[in-house]
Design a protein around this ligand. Structure first.
Ligand SMILES: Cc1cc2nc3c(=O)[nH]c(=O)nc-3n(C[C@H](O)[C@H](O)[C@H](O)COP(=O)(O)OP(=O)(O)OC[C@H]3O[C@@H](n4cnc5c(N)ncnc54)[C@H](O)[C@@H]3O)c2cc1C
Length: 230
């Protein structure tokens, strides 16, 4: 969602009141120093959610930020936040405590998987929830680029995926351990620049664009041209 003046944020919330759900935090847990699982409860029966859909929270007077439910039922929602420490969304998530009440915009977006068939996932800390949600629907292998401090998260969530170091990991070696095939769907999320690199590696290995579902979640500041979440 784009950054907007406070009055506009207030107006959006009032005009779209029926699209906002009030939720209360029921559980918080740091899965690592920078990855936090938060469970919410509320009446969510008006909304539908599929893996890849995102909710939005108003994280400051001016900003709304998108996050992907791992679990979304008629009365519970679970989200895995990356507490990267550089923005209002990260601060909002870090501050959430049991008993807090907040509003969230109903899930929307597109499914980031295809019914049936094997999937291969690429992402970073911001995509852990998305991958976990997809794994609950279809078989999914994958590679994550993570800071070493967050490697333990994947085991805690019982996610059988490979992991490489975010800054000096050998992504080519990790990818070449896998057999890629034409029936596979490749889901690329997370940092825009990393997606570009991974997409190129897949293309070089014969994967076509039609086999890929791509959704950039964030851009590094030097490439940033304003908030772009869609
Ligand atoms: C559809 C969708 C679903 C998403 N789902 C999730 C989710 O489930 N969990 C989740 O944690 N994130 C998720 N994200 C990503 C999240 O919305 C962005 O990371 C967002 O920019 C965070 O806002 P912020 O206010 O913390 O940082 P911003 O104010 O947007 O950015 C501030 C600075 O932090 C940097 N930055 C932003 N995000 C990251 C990051 N992840 N790691 C390192 N640096 C970063 C920026 O480059 C910038 O320099 C999703 C994004 C989209 C579009």
């Amino acid at each position: 969602m784009p950054r907007m003046p406070k009055w506009m944020g207030d107006a959006v919330e009032n005009l779209m009141a029926s699209k906002f759900l009030t939720v209360t935090v029921t559980h918080v847990e740091y899965l690592s120093r920078e990855v936090k699982r938060v469970c919410f409860a509320g009446d969510l029966s008006r909304a539908d959610c599929f893996p890849g859909y995102a909710v939005s929270f108003r994280v400051s007077a001016l900003d709304h930020k998108d996050y992907t439910p791992v679990v979304f039922t008629k009365d519970t929602c679970e989200i895995i936040f990356h507490i990267h420490g550089n923005g209002p969304g990260s601060a909002f998530a870090d501050n959430l405590q049991v008993g807090d009440s907040t509003k969230m915009l109903i899930p929307r977006g597109r499914k980031l998987y295809r019914e049936g068939g094997d999937h291969f996932f690429f992402g970073d800390e911001s995509s852990i929830g998305t991958c976990k949600a997809i794994m609950q629907e279809v078989p999914c292998a994958g590679i994550f680029e993570l800071d070493e401090a967050n490697w333990e998260v994947l085991g805690k969530l019982e996610m059988q995926v490979d992991v490489v170091h975010k800054h000096h990991g050998n992504i080519v070696a990790a990818l070449d351990k896998h057999t890629l095939h034409k029936e596979m769907t490749y889901v690329l999320t997370g940092k825009a620049a990393s997606i570009q690199v991974f997409r190129k590696l897949l293309k070089e290995r014969g994967v076509s664009s039609s086999q890929m579902i791509i959704k950039a979640y964030w851009v590094a500041e030097k490439h940033k041209r304003g908030s772009f979440a869609t």
